[in-house]
Design a protein around this ligand. Structure first.
Ligand code: AVJ
Ligand code: FE
Length: 438
């Protein structure tokens, strides 16, 4: 049984690595050389940097560390160290050109498959259950999502295409009550969970109400039409200062013509789909909307309890719908579509507490900052999570249409600065219970 388990893990690793590479190829082969080396926004790296960085991380962890092999290119580590050069400065570096970068990631990958064949996948924490391979597949997919955001910022003719995301299957709306009490947050069991998701620990949460669906374009439009961007009292001090300085008047990529709003996505302009979750709003916009609606953002613990807690058993699930891997029936993930699905499109993906579309569609801003769980241990490197704890970040949960399932689960934690909106982020609302609801 042990042997069979190990071979299943090996096959799964090969599959997730191959899937990540197919996606990386779509994102980097669909544009020309000039586009690959261009900087489409000072917030983003040139796509060719992400490409070689993916290969370099894979070389560092799997070829050199796990495999104990000779370096492929020890001379370029510094160029692709995300902490050495800010994104804005990366285009000026002596980077590998597109052909060299493709050759490099290909060579690294061949060696990785060789390492995978011979690894016992046990014996130390880095390789137990294939952890380092899973980490690297997640790393590539995270950069693929970042590259997808670069594509969204890129001007010019569209190069990516996908079928439209599904329409609503069931009418949903309103809120559900999640009962007060302890639940198990985080995980110690998930073999590929990253350090910041660990360990599992009990958290007491007061009873709260949470929206069944993320806030939609139609709802967000009502906030705009009600003067949401002009009413100082709806914004926090920092939020208002940012709204003024950045000249925010609508979500990023929204365009108005007369009375009609449009959304530009991946080079294509379409009329807003009213029932689609709003995307490309920063945390401050989410905060102002919540104030306008008389509610608030959920804390990270509330979000995870709504997603994972099963009142019938008291246990925490891996995904809202249970333990099964995501599928086309349960969540809009993996860049299958280039937009969020309408709310009500995934009834099979609802949580035990009756909350829909927590996984996929849009990352959801939470009120919490990014902090270590009690008992946290940095693994395998401090720069993945630890150096960001306590910084000016807000938590994002649940993944977007651009997140691959390998990098998404009920415990997965993402974070970004509260002013960021090039990411595929939206939000849903929560509130405290009134006396008579407790
Ligand atoms: C966890 C998504 C914030 O993309 O900056 C990629 C993931 N860490 N390479 C990021 C990551 C190192 C990280 N986020
Ligand atoms: Fe990285």
């Amino acid at each position: 049984a042990d042997h069979a388990d190990r071979e299943r893990t090996r096959a799964r690793i090969a599959e997730v690595l191959a899937r990540a590479r197919r996606r990386t190829a779509v994102l980097t082969d669909s544009v020309d050389e000039a586009d690959l080396v261009a900087q489409h926004s000072p917030l983003m790296s040139p796509l060719v940097w992400d490409l070689a960085h993916i290969g370099n991380q894979e070389e560092l962890w799997l070829v050199r560390d796990v495999g104990g092999r000779e370096p492929v290119r020890s001379d370029i580590d510094e160029l692709y160290d995300a902490f050495k050069h800010a994104r804005a400065n990366r285009p000026a570096l002596p980077l590998l050109n597109p052909e060299q970068a493709r050759g490099y990631v290909g060579t690294v990958r061949e060696k990785v498959f060789d390492v995978l064949e011979s690894s016992p996948l046990l014996g130390n924490p880095l390789v137990d259950n294939g952890f380092a391979f899973g980490m690297i597949a997640q790393h590539e997919q995270q950069h693929d999502e970042t590259m997808l955001a670069t594509h969204q910022l890129r001007l010019g003719a569209p190069v990516l295409s996908a079928p439209p995301a599904p329409s609503a299957r069931v009418p949903i709306g309103g809120e559900v009550v999640v009962p007060e009490g302890e639940f198990m947050m985080g995980t110690s069991a998930d073999p590929w969970a990253l350090d910041n998701e660990r360990p599992a620990h009990p958290v007491y949460v007061e009873g709260f109400a949470i929206d069944v669906a993320p806030v939609t374009n139609e709802q967000y439009l009502a906030f705009i039409d009600d003067g949401g961007y002009e009413r100082r009292e709806l914004w926090s001090e920092r939020g208002w200062a940012h709204r003024q300085e950045a000249g925010l008047v609508a979500p990023q990529f929204w365009e108005r013509e007369g009375n009609q709003w449009y959304r530009r996505a991946f080079g294509v302009r379409t009329a807003l789909r009213p029932r689609q979750p709003v995307v490309h709003v920063c945390w401050f916009e989410a905060e102002a909307y919540a104030t306008w609606a008389g509610k608030r953002l959920p804390t990270e613990a509330e979000w995870e309890k709504a997603a994972r807690f099963d009142p019938a058993t008291g246990a925490s699930r891996r995904y809202p719908w249970g333990e099964d891997e995501p599928s086309e029936r349960t969540a809009n993930l993996g860049q299958r579509h280039l937009e969020p699905a309408e709310v009500g499109a995934y009834p099979a993906g609802a949580s035990a507490t009756g909350v829909h579309q927590l996984i996929g569609d849009v990352w959801e801003w939470c009120s919490s900052g990014f902090e270590a769980y009690p008992g946290f241990r940095a693994f395998p490197y401090r720069e993945y999570s630890e150096v960001f704890f306590g910084g000016d970040y807000r938590i994002l949960r649940g993944g977007s249409f651009g997140t691959d399932e390998v990098a998404c689960r009920g415990t997965f934690r993402n974070w970004d600065h509260p002013i960021r909106r090039q990411i595929f982020a939206g939000f849903r609302l929560a509130r405290d219970l009134r006396e008579d609801e407790r």
